[in-house]
Design a protein around this ligand. Structure first.
Ligand code: SF4
Ligand code: SF4
Length: 288
């Protein structure tokens, strides 16, 4: 449709919701599962914005990259260049959006391979078309810096520490690093963990210099129906201590359930969770 005088040329491109059109130029939203990209991909993004854009990239809050202001005549070349390094536009519209994860046990204090789980989920469900958007966020510990509880599906890692007194030399490092002040040394210089205070973050497990602390049990708290809008809503807890190997099938069940049961206008999980109720969903979705 021709523009009225003074009207701004803004909108979505049919079939490609990851392109954001503004005044004749295009922003490309690029999926980066768990915010990971390799050096070739980084180089390609640099070339695209230098050759076709404005020498700027925006890292979005959900770990995508937005390449702004590509002229129409360069758009196809920019998309092809992305493809050559295994990148794609996406994470927009009614589908499984870019999967967000903290660095988890790869580089940090927690015991979960959050990036590995994000990649498994992305391989199986990434960009799957749905009646609405499903956003998934994964945090490896109970200090959820990437706010998974405000995603449609949130995963928060937990690990219950247990001390092997044979290996422990009583250095007291676990007392120092526990942010919850849940660890004390007894008169024999052996750590005692206060279970009321312990948030099962796993820092003591990952950092004991003598490898004297290990996870007695570990898994994820799974929340459903969070929403990072205004106002923001925390999801309801669907399950506790879901084992790593059960995460992919459980998320599959949730996605299937949403596909089959979402009613018109339920563009996110939250309305469905509120309509059906978390207790009923526990009965229908939990895999033991
Ligand atoms: S950090 Fe490890 S070795 Fe040191 S007191 Fe704690 S459990 Fe024992
Ligand atoms: S797992 Fe528990 S005891 Fe260990 S650092 Fe975290 S809160 Fe403290």
């Amino acid at each position: 449709m021709p523009l009225r005088p003074g009207q701004r040329d803004i909108g979505e491109v049919e079939g490609k919701p990851f392109l954001i059109k503004r005044n004749g130029k295009y922003g490309i939203k690029v999926r980066l599962c768990a915010g990971m990209l390799n050096s070739n991909q980084l180089e390609a993004l640099k070339e695209i914005t230098e050759n076709y854009g404005i020498k700027e990239l925006h890292l979005t809050v959900r770990q995508e990259v937005l390449i702004p202001k590509i002229k129409e005549e360069y758009l196809e070349d920019a998309l092809k260049k992305l493809e050559t390094v295994g990148l794609k536009g996406g994470s927009a519209g009614g589908r499984v959006r870019n999967i967000v994860a903290c660095a988890g046990g790869r580089y940090k204090n927690c015991v979960h391979d959050t990036v590995g789980i994000a990649k498994q989920l992305d391989e199986k469900y990434g960009e799957m078309e749905l009646p609405g958007a499903i956003k998934i966020g994964i945090s490896g510990c109970g200090y959820p810096c990437n706010r998974p509880q405000f995603e449609d599906i949130g995963l928060i890692g937990r690990a219950k520490p247990i001390v092997d007194e044979e290996k422990c030399d009583g250095c007291g490092f676990c007392v120092e690093l526990c942010l919850m002040k849940a660890v004390k040394l007894d008169e024999d210089k052996k750590p005692v963990i206060n279970r009321e205070k312990c948030k099962m973050c796993g820092r003591c497990i990952q950092n004991c210099p003598k490898f004297a602390i290990s996870p007695e049990i570990k898994g994820f708290t799974v929340t459903l129906g969070g929403k990072g809008t205004w106002p923001a809503f925390k999801g309801d807890t669907l399950a506790e201590m879901v084992k790593d190997e059960h995460i992919v099938p459980l998320i599959g069940k949730i996605i299937d359930y949403f596909k089959k049961n979402a009613q018109p206008g339920e563009g996110r999980l939250r309305p469905l969770v509120k309509r059906i109720g978390i207790e009923k969903l526990k009965e229908e979705l939990i895999i033991e």
